[in-house]
Design a binder for this molecule. Sequence first.
Ligand SMILES: *[C@@H]1O[C@H](CO)[C@@H](O)[C@H](O)[C@H]1NC(C)=O
Ligand SMILES: *[C@@H]1O[C@H](CO)[C@@H](O)[C@H](O)[C@H]1NC(C)=O
Length: 185
Amino acid sequence: MRITVVTVVMVILCVMMVHADIQPQRDFNLQRFAGKWYRVGLAYDSPGFVPYRDKLRISMGMITPQTNGNVNLTMWELRPTGCHSKLYQYEKTTVPGQFTYFSTRHNKIKDITVVETNYTEYALVLKHKKFEREYTQVALYGRSQRVKPEIIQKFKTFATSRGFPRESILTPPPAENCPPSASGR
Ligand SMILES: *[C@@H]1O[C@H](CO)[C@@H](O)[C@H](O)[C@H]1NC(C)=O
Ligand SMILES: *[C@@H]1O[C@H](CO)[C@@H](O)[C@H](O)[C@H]1NC(C)=O
């Protein structure tokens, strides 16, 4: 009887692991992940985004953990109309390093996985809709606007392994004066 239950649980776990082929950073620590980041790389293969590829700039983001384990992410982005900040609210899941958020733009719940980070220098973050390839993004975050070439290479290798075509893997130039007060370089 006990063996049967264990077997069933193991089968369920195996099925879950097959679907969750991307694992978050081991022992993910939200407090260490908090604070200022720059999005220095973006892989995004949506046809609607193609005309904007050349206009993309490095965006600054601020991760603010809430006491319940959810996260507020404020991102500053340079658009033709100026520098705008946007708040994203990521909800925690049972897996540390994995979050969900509701995309108002796509009207869908997205999964956010912090795939790899060493907290002080870089973070590789995958945004995806489970079981669907559409609108999947890989972002490379750096604690400063410049990261080491090895880190850029790690990002490109990861994005390529997720099936992104080379031309959709971008490392944009810095933004001028966005946000206006903290063009920290
Ligand atoms: C997160 O954002 C919400 C909505 O603006 C706000 O009410 C809340 O105070 C924020 N929490 C933190 C920790 O910044
Ligand atoms: C983070 O990674 C970079 C590059 O591999 C390394 O130079 C740095 O020492 C690492 N920091 C920590 C805390 O591991």
